[in-house]
Write a new protein. Structure first.
Length: 340
């Protein structure tokens, strides 16, 4: 068991390190080509930081461990808010503008409701059979919603109009200044040669693939050894591991007192996880759903709702240390329920 745990930790190191190398190499090439910080942030950074969850899901899906794939996404979203924002808010209270509270966070709530409807569409139509699951048609719907919203966000974000809604500019924290901070401060991308950039990309892809394979195999082994479901391991161990990039980004943002990065990164990541990662994964290989997974969808909705309420109830839309403590306690309750 100890060897399996150590191997699993190695897998997370390779996975996250691979994602960083991939983003760094791709961003360096983009900068040499003269691509704007906005475009780099909207594409390379946003998609690159979602690669750990995506790679793990694809490998788990192909290896018949679909519950790890589903648990990874649902667990990551809950841990992003309850764990990551909980820790971040304890470090430094997070302030956000009203437009974010009434804009992108409600959209994140919408994505959770959309997932619930698609996963249970057969039951809602009173069909026979299991009644739950995300098939290729559902995946296409998720990708379509994601594509439309991403296109709209990109188009509006490029506008220099001062009347552009702030929540659009801050979606995924990818407005020009924030993208630059993410790239330079968090990822520390430097201008390097094309050959070195290509080497970083190749090294990143290798790290992602090998790390993802190790994590899936390790998670399956641990679940068998402890007599736990694959979903329980996926929603806890795997989900927390793949959420480490968000945790690091959130802590760095809190220390730098950049609230928009901290909250925007989390909300954007959750939207990516449901629409992009689950959508693409289910298109590659349909994901069977268990009715018990609806509890985790409910926790996704609850976490997002509490985030919105926590910001709305504060006069200055501050997510303070009290809410940070509430989030952490809620996360402990969530994890405890997984093993009862």
């Amino acid at each position: 068991m100890l060897l399996t745990i150590l191997t699993l930790l190695l897998g997370f190191v390779l996975l996250i390190g691979g994602a960083n190398y991939l983003v760094n190499g791709s961003s360096a090439i983009a900068k040499k080509l003269g691509i704007s910080e906005l475009v780099i942030g909207l594409t390379v950074v946003a998609f690159g930081t979602s690669m750990p969850e995506l790679v793990v899901n694809i490998i788990a899906s192909f290896e018949g461990a679909s519950q790890i794939a589903i648990g990874n996404v649902l667990g990551s979203n809950v841990s992003n808010i309850f764990l990551v924002l909980g820790v971040t808010a304890l470090i430094y209270p997070l302030t956000i503008k009203k437009t974010t509270v009434i804009g992108e966070i409600p959209f994140a709530l919408f994505t959770v409701l959309l997932l619930f409807v698609l996963a249970n569409d057969s039951l809602l139509r009173f069909k026979n059979g299991n009644g739950v699951g995300i098939d290729r048609a559902d995946g296409l719907i998720l990708i379509l919603v994601f594509s439309v919203f991403l296109y709209y966000t990109f188009a509006i974000s490029r506008s220099s109009n001062k009347n552009t809604p702030n929540f659009i500019k801050r979606f995924l924290s990818l407005n020009g200044d924030t993208a630059k901070q993410l790239i330079e401060d968090v990822l520390n991308v430097k201008k390097v040669s094309y050959s070195k950039s290509a080497g970083l990309i190749l090294l990143g892809l290798c790290g992602l693939t090998l790390g993802g394979k190790i994590i899936v195999d390790g998670a399956v082994s641990i679940s068998q050894s402890l007599g736990l479901s694959q979903f329980a391991i996926g929603v806890t161990v795997v989900a927390v591991g793949t959420s480490l990039p968000e945790l690091v980004t959130g802590v760095v943002a809190a220390l730098k007192k950049k609230s928009d990065i901290a909250i925007g990164n989390i909300v954007g990541s959750n939207i990516f996880n449901i629409l992009w990662i689950l959508g693409l994964t289910s298109i590659i290989n349909p994901l069977p759903f268990d009715l018990k997974n609806n509890l985790d969808i409910g926790f996704n909705f609850l976490a997002t709702l509490l985030l919105m309420l926590g910001l709305m109830l504060s006069k200055k839309h501050i997510l303070g240390r009290v809410w940070g403590a509430v989030f952490l306690v809620s996360y402990v309750v969530y994890i405890t329920l997984q093993f009862i």
